[in-house]
Design a protein around this ligand. Structure first.
Ligand code: SF4
Length: 367
């Protein structure tokens, strides 16, 4: 552990000096020294969770074009927000984004609150986002700790705790380094240094402004930090997914429950995503739930659609049913959708993969 006295060191000044020279130009950024708009900071930070800067750029611009202020976003229909979000993944974030915009308008008169404590009361705003918005948009001396910053701090101190368990201890260490001046620039500087200099593999310590303060650089073992608890092996879940087409070529879809994975998004109906093989009764139960008579011809043999979520792998086996004109679907859940309209609805990436697989295979398999 590094016992260096950071309170009196030039650590923050070195970080800020580096930022003045090397800050990345990003669509949601203001130049060094200027304060960014809280709506812009919040929107970008929510989008950047689990997603790269390169992917977020076009989405961020599209959102600002559609909804230039938090008031515009709050009054947008949720479906429009979900559709604009499609492809960014983790759709709970999009639903919380909409909820949060409404909360800002209803509870705070349309202005984001400036303190971490108040920001934390907003839907979808966790410790990291609250600290980032407070620091970057309101110049509050908040301790911002994302993956990049964790890496730098754990290397500077050769922090022996394993993440995520040791995160609070690491936050305390990060707090020792944080300056009172320019907290927003300081946080963004660390994000940039983590992304471009103190990278997970082969950090460029020769270019690092704080190498003289870094214990891991002195020991030559930077890549060993941060120490992480061993990853659990992800289970693989399986299900059958139905592509039910009527004579016009419209496809049966339904909306997922609001809470949970892909909450509120449209999907093709499937059996439960389970570790066990799919039983025949389960297929029949699903048919009954959809208001379809048993015994309809099912065409299988389509390629399996594979997808990975944070906690598990998923394998979906598509089964196609083409309904004769004589059959009416009675379920209220069913929403008939033209494949041409898939781009306009909130269709998660997984369901796009299913649609692409079935549509691409239709030439090969009889339908
Ligand atoms: Fe990271 Fe190297 Fe800088 Fe230490 S000296 S913070 S390991 S880039």
């Amino acid at each position: 552990m590094n016992n260096h006295n950071f309170a009196t060191s030039d650590f923050p000044a070195r970080i800020l000096g580096w930022y003045d020279r090397h800050a990345r130009i990003l669509p949601w950024r203001k130049p060094a020294g200027e304060t960014a708009d809280a709506y812009h900071v919040w929107l970008s930070e929510i989008m950047l969770q689990q997603t790269t800067v390169a992917t977020v750029g076009p989405y961020y611009r599209k959102f600002l074009q559609n909804w230039p202020t938090v008031q515009h976003l709050a009054s947008a229909p949720l479906d429009d927000v979900l559709s604009a979000w499609a492809g960014l993944g983790y759709y709970a974030r999009a639903r919380n984004l909409h909820k949060c915009a409404n909360a800002v308008c209803e509870k705070f008169g349309g202005d984001f609150p400036s303190t971490e404590v108040e920001l934390l009361t907003l839907p979808g705003v966790g410790a990291y986002t609250a600290a980032a918005v407070a620091a970057i948009a309101f110049q509050q001396p908040a301790v911002v700790l994302d993956g990049n910053i964790e890496r730098i701090v754990s290397r500077v101190f050769r922090f022996q705790g394993e993440l995520p368990k040791g995160r609070e201890a690491l936050r305390e260490l990060a707090g020792r380094l944080s300056p009172k001046d320019r907290p927003g620039d300081y946080a963004q500087a660390l994000m940039d240094i983590g992304a471009t200099v103190c990278t997970p593999k082969k950090p460029d310590c020769a270019e690092c402004p704080v190498s003289i303060h870094c214990a891991a650089e002195a020991e030559g073992d930077a890549e060993n930090y941060p120490r992480k608890a061993p990853k659990k092996v992800k289970p693989t879940r399986k299900a059958v997914i139905f592509w039910i087409e009527d004579q016009k070529g419209d496809v049966l879809m339904r909306r997922r429950e609001e809470s949970g994975l892909l909450g509120g998004m449209m999907e093709f109906p499937s059996t439960n995503w389970d570790d066990k093989p799919v039983a025949n009764e389960e297929l029949n139960d699903l048919m009954i739930r959809l208001g379809l008579p048993p015994g309809l011809a099912r065409i299988s043999g389509y390629p399996i659609v594979k997808h990975t979520f944070t906690h598990f792998h998923l394998q979906l086996s598509p089964v196609v049913i083409r309904l004769p004109d004589t059959i009416r679907v009675t379920s209220n859940e069913a929403k008939w959708t033209r494949p041409l309209d898939f781009n306009r609805i909130a269709l998660p990436t997984l369901m796009k993969k299913v649609a692409d697989t079935v549509l691409a295979s239709q030439q090969l398999l009889p339908i």
